[in-house]
Design a protein around this ligand. Structure first.
Ligand code: F3S
Length: 420
C-alpha cells in the first residue's frame, strides 16, 4: 500500500508508540482489503467504545487514558455506538430487574472506562442508530468510518457519504481509513435491479423486505424500485435487515436517495447484472423463518431494535396508555431520546403500564441478560436473528411480528400475531 511521507513517519514511530500501533493496524487492514492507499476522513466516525479490534494492535484502556490526559482528540466528530459486549444499560438500569445491571456499583464500573473516550471528543450517544440523534451528520461524498448493520447503509445510501465497516479507535484517532470498496466512486453504483412486487405499508413490511433483499443480493449494490417512500423508522428497519439477512452496505432508491436522482443515474448508465423480484411470498417466507416459538405463551417482550426513535416511543406509549402488561417488557432507546421521552411524559406512560424504558444497549449486547424467559416476542428481525445464538445453548423461542402484536402479547401473555 502506498503511504504518504507523513503516514510513513507515523508508521516508523515518529508520532509515538500508540499512533504507530494504530497505523500498523490500518496498514494490515488496508493490505488485507486490497486498498492501494489511505484516505483522510472529512466526515464522521461511529465506533463501539470499548472495542479495540484485532489482538496484535490492541490499544489498552491505560493508553487511551494517557492520550486523553495529554489533551489529544479524535480527528473528526466521533459518535458512540453502544458499548460492546458485555454491554451495560445506560438509563433505566435501576428498574431493569436483572443482575448485574440493577447493581449501582456495576453501573459505575461500566461507565467509568468511557470517560477518557469522552475527553478525547467522543459524543456519548451510545446507540446503534446514533445517526438519528447525532446532531451532526456527514455531508454527501465525505469519507467516514462507521460500524453497525443499519448504520452502514444509512451513511452510504441515505446520506450519500462513504464508509466501510471500520469505525474504531484507530480510525478515529488517526483520522484515516483504507481507500477501498465504498470509499471509491466505482463501487457505489447499482449493479442489480430489485423490484418489489408487493405493496410495503407497515414498518414490519420493510423489515421483511430488507431481509429478503439481503439474502438475494450478496455483495451487489441493489437499486430498489416499487418500495414507495419509506419513513425514517421504516428505513432504519430496512437497513438493519439488509445488512443482517445479508451484507448490503449500499443501495439506491431512484428519486429518493441522493446518488440516484433517476434509475439510470443509479446504474451510471450501465446495464444491471441481475434483475430480482421480491414477492409477497418472499416476505411471508422470511416472516415464517423469524417465528420459531412452539406455543402461544410469551414470557418477555423486547422492543427497540434498532434503538427506538421518539416517534416509535410515542406510538408505544399510545398503545400502552391505561393498560397493564402481564409480561416483563423492555423498551430500548438511546440516552438522548430517553431524556426527550422523560420530558414528554412518554416514559411515565410506558412505566405506568409496567414496561421499562431503557437506553444504550440491547439483550444481545448484554449477552442474554434479560428477565427469565423461554419465549420472547420482538418486532425486529435483527434482534430475532442474534438473540438465540447469543443465549445458546439455552433454547430460547422467539415470536416475531408488528409492534402492536408484541404489545398485545405483553398485555395478554399470549401470542396472537399472524401473517396478514
Ligand atoms: Fe441495536 Fe441490539 Fe438491534 S445493538 S440494532 S438493538 S441487535
Amino acid at each position: 500500500m502506498h503511504l504518504t511521507d507523513q503516514e510513513k513517519r507515523i508508521l516508523d514511530g515518529g508520532q509515538g508508540e500508540i499512533a504507530q500501533k494504530c497505523m500498523q493496524f490500518l496498514v494490515a487492514y488496508g493490505e488485507a482489503a486490497g486498498a492501494e492507499r489511505l484516505v483522510d476522513l472529512d466526515g464522521t466516525v461511529d465506533l463501539h467504545p470499548g472495542q479495540f479490534w484485532v489482538a496484535d494492535y490492541v490499544i489498552t484502556p491505560e493508553e487511551i487514558d494517557e492520550l486523553a490526559n495529554k489533551g489529544e482528540k479524535f480527528k473528526v466528530p466521533t459518535f458512540a455506538n453502544k458499548a460492546t459486549a458485555p454491554g451495560f444499560i445506560y438509563d433505566g438500569w435501576e428498574r431493569c430487574g436483572t443482575l448485574p445491571n440493577s447493581d449501582p456499583e456495576y453501573h459505575k464500573k461500566c461507565t467509568e472506562p468511557f470517560k477518557p473516550w469522552i475527553k478525547m471528543g467522543m459524543v456519548p450517544t451510545f446507540s446503534c442508530d446514533n445517526y438519528l440523534v447525532a446532531s451532526y451528520l456527514p455531508a454527501v461524498g465525505q469519507h467516514c468510518a462507521w460500524v453497525e448493520s443499519s448504520a452502514i447503509p444509512w451513511v452510504n445510501a441515505v446520506l450519500g457519504a462513504r464508509s466501510n465497516f471500520d469505525g474504531c479507535f484507530q480510525t478515529a484517532y488517526l483520522g484515516k481509513v483504507p481507500a477501498y470498496d465504498m470509499q471509491l466512486d466505482e463501487n457505489r453504483m447499482a449493479t442489480v435491479l430489485v423490484e418489489c412486487a408487493s405493496e410495503l405499508k407497515a414498518d414490519m413490511d420493510y423489515d421483511l423486505f430488507g431481509w429478503a433483499v439481503g439474502e438475494a443480493c450478496g455483495l451487489e449494490v441493489p437499486a430498489l424500485v416499487g418500495i414507495g417512500k419509506p419513513t425514517t423508522s421504516q428505513l432504519v428497519k430496512m437497513n438493519s435487515s439488509l445488512n443482517t439477512g445479508g451484507q448490503v452496505r449500499m443501495y439506491h432508491i431512484p428519486g429518493v436517495t441522493p446518488e440516484a436522482p433517476t434509475l439510470e443515474a443509479a446504474f451510471k448508465g450501465n446495464r444491471y447484472k441481475k434483475r430480482i423480484t421480491i414477492t409477497r411470498e418472499d416476505l411471508k417466507r422470511v416472516y415464517e423463518v423469524m417465528n420459531y416459538a412452539s406455543n402461544d405463551h410469551v414470557d418477555f417482550v423486547y422492543l427497540g431494535c434498532p434503538h427506538y426513535n421518539i416517534e416509535e416511543l410515542r406510538k408505544v406509549a399510545e398503545y400502552l396508555e391505561g393498560k397493564r402488561c402481564k409480561t416483563p417488557v423492555w423498551v430500548m432507546t438511546n440516552p438522548l431520546t430517553f431524556k426527550a421521552a422523560e420530558m414528554m411524559s412518554l416514559k411515565d406512560t410506558i412505566e405506568k403500564a409496567g414496561a421499562v424504558l431503557l437506553s444504550g444497549t440491547c439483550c444481545g449486547l448484554l449477552m442474554g441478560e434479560m428477565p427469565p424467559s423461554g419465549v420472547m416476542a420482538t418486532d425486529a428481525a435483527k434482534q430475532d436473528y442474534y438473540i438465540t445464538g447469543i443465549v445458546y445453548p439455552k433454547r430460547l423461542e422467539v415470536w416475531y411480528g408488528t409492534t402492536e402484536d408484541c404489545i398485545e402479547a405483553a398485555i395478554t401473555g399470549k401470542w396472537r400475531g399472524e401473517w396478514r
